[in-house]
Write a protein that binds this ligand. Structure first.
Ligand code: SF4
Ligand code: ZN
Ligand code: ZN
Length: 345
């Protein structure tokens, strides 16, 4: 038993970049993670408290969700969304939130089957009821099929489908906001890339919240805005939560994004907290200039088929499915979401 405990501590310690003799800054017991920007080492218990506290503080500080509101949580089964679901479920009573998880089975072969299995297991562990929507069952095609038939890259199609379904679910179910598991290591490289390419508008859209419009466009919130990828991973391990360990077969780890990610990682090692300060200043700018949502809303109209947001008379999802499948699938998705909700009662 002692051997098992020691090896778990050593593994966590390595992930947490803390020495084997380091002590928790709060209670003096064995530390499992170093938080460089806060100049703290924390034990398992105090790290869980820290992580969940940080999520609760982010929700309050950026006014992501108000007391009594409901939030749809996008759960893919990856460590980040699993950490998000767990932390939001933990702070929900204190913040008086109703958490509604949704998993979309995208039809990406074994990867999607494993994601669904893990999502169900996590939901059982956390005692939450996760809604499941299968793309293939609802529209009759998977992401690889939609991608092949439209000659568009799988990730572009996947992003479009996920954005559409999450917004449609929030509107159909009358949920106040959609929460995604984007953390600082997802957002900071993307923000910096947009700034380097001269697209400040796109960078500002990476703020912690983008406001919505009743019955049409759901507010989008990022409760993990101030936590890192490493913290999400360690939180999920300490809490004993299962998560998908393999990568999606379509994930691309090269190119400019990878270089920027590497640069920010090195920079943050030498100057702890620099990524956090960068994203906080971006959030302040987005609030000050009101760029992200005001501009988005002015650009949007309603899709003539499904009634959801669009930049022209047909939204991207209905256009794609009309071209590939012969008819726009937006209305079908909205109907299916009503059934998914009803069947869970
Ligand atoms: Fe979808 Fe691409 Fe992510 Fe795979 S890597 S889940 S296809 S966006
Ligand atoms: Zn402690
Ligand atoms: Zn549409």
């Amino acid at each position: 038993m002692r051997m098992v405990m020691r090896s778990r501590f050593t593994r966590l310690g390595r992930l947490g970049e803390v020495s084997t003799v380091a002590k928790c800054s709060k209670c003096g017991s064995k530390a499992v993670i170093k938080i460089p920007y806060a100049r703290m080492n924390l034990c398992e218990m105090h790290f869980i408290e820290y992580f969940e506290g940080r999520v609760a503080t982010t929700v309050k500080k950026y006014d992501l969700l108000k007391e009594g509101e409901s939030v749809l949580v996008a759960v893919s089964g990856g460590k980040d969304s699993v950490a998000l679901l767990s932390a939001l479920t933990a702070v929900a009573p204190e913040l008086r939130l109703k958490v509604m998880p949704l998993h979309i089975h995208l039809g990406l072969g074994e990867y999607s089957d494993e994601s669904l299995r893990v999502t169900k297991e996590v939901s059982r562990k956390l005692g939450v009821n996760t809604f499941i929507l299968s793309l293939e069952e609802v529209v009759g095609a998977t992401i690889p099929e939609l991608s092949a038939k439209s000659s568009r890259p799988p990730c572009a199609v996947c992003g479009l489908v996920k954005r559409y379904v999450l917004n449609a679910a929030a509107i159909e179910w009358g949920v106040d906001a959609v929460a995604t598991g984007h953390h600082i290591d997802d957002l900071a490289p993307y923000a910096l890339k947009n700034i380097l390419l001269g697209d400040m508008g796109a960078a500002l859209k990476l703020a912690p919240v983008t406001t919505g419009e009743e019955g049409y466009l759901a507010r989008r919130v990022r409760p993990l805005y101030e936590v890192t990828e490493r913290e999400c991973l360690i939180y999920a391990i300490i809490k004993g939560l299962p998560f998908v360990k393999t990568l999606c077969p379509n994930v691309f780890l090269g190119g400019m994004d990878a270089l920027i990610r590497r640069f920010l990682y090195e920079l943050d090692l030498r100057h702890p907290g620099v990524k956090l300060r960068f994203m906080r200043s971006l959030a302040r700018m987005a609030t000050r200039y009101g760029v992200s949502q005001a501009r988005t809303q002015a650009e949007l109209t309603r899709c003539k088929y499904c009634g959801l947001p669009s930049r022209s008379d047909v939204c991207g999802f209905c256009r794609l499915t009309e071209r590939v499948l012969g008819s726009p699938a937006g209305p079908m998705v909205r109907e299916a979401l009503k059934d998914v909700r009803a069947s869970s009662h």
